[in-house]
Write a new protein. Structure first.
Length: 153
């Protein structure tokens, strides 16, 4: 038998980021759903397609086929095109609960996305080190997709 002691220090995580997008609220929200869903990729560009069911209680998960996959969370709140809030373990296979919020606001010249990830639980150190860059990667892709969509309509 192996006994491992876990420290109760560092049980919380708080990440906030903001991104200005030169596109409408609607185009930005649509890009968000696409980029955290079927178009999702890892920060280094490897495909990581996800399923997002954009309704209250809808699931966010990675579908590997044949009823295999990874559950990331549940849509806690959605108010198109200004709010998407998800709660769940996300990518962590440990006792942790996360709350992720994307709040979109119309501003001169486009949309501002205010992003927040709050978590409580046993968050492995190797996850902590890459979480911020992972969320930044998603926000950059949302911006690029929304701005490209804006110019093609």
């Amino acid at each position: 038998m192996t006994l491992t002691a876990l420290s109760l220090d560092n049980l919380t995580l708080s990440i906030t980021q903001e991104m200005h997008v030169r596109a409408s609220l609607e185009a930005t929200f649509s890009a968000l759903l696409e980029e955290i869903g079927p178009a999702n990729v890892t920060p280094d560009g490897k495909p990581l397609p996800m399923v997002i069911e954009p309704r209250p209680g809808g699931r966010w998960f990675r579908d590997l086929g044949q009823d295999n996959g990874h559950f990331w969370g549940v849509v806690q709140a959605i108010k198109r095109p200004t709010l998407l809030e998800i709660s769940g373990p996300l990518f962590m296979s440990s006792p942790v609960l996360s709350n992720v919020q994307y709040r979109l606001k119309e501003v001169d010249g486009g949309t501002v996305i205010a992003f927040q990830h709050l978590a409580f639980g046993f968050i492995p150190d190797d996850y902590r080190s890459g979480i911020g860059s992972g969320w930044s990667s998603i926000l950059e892709r949302v911006r690029a997709t929304a701005e490209r969509t804006r110019t093609t309509h």
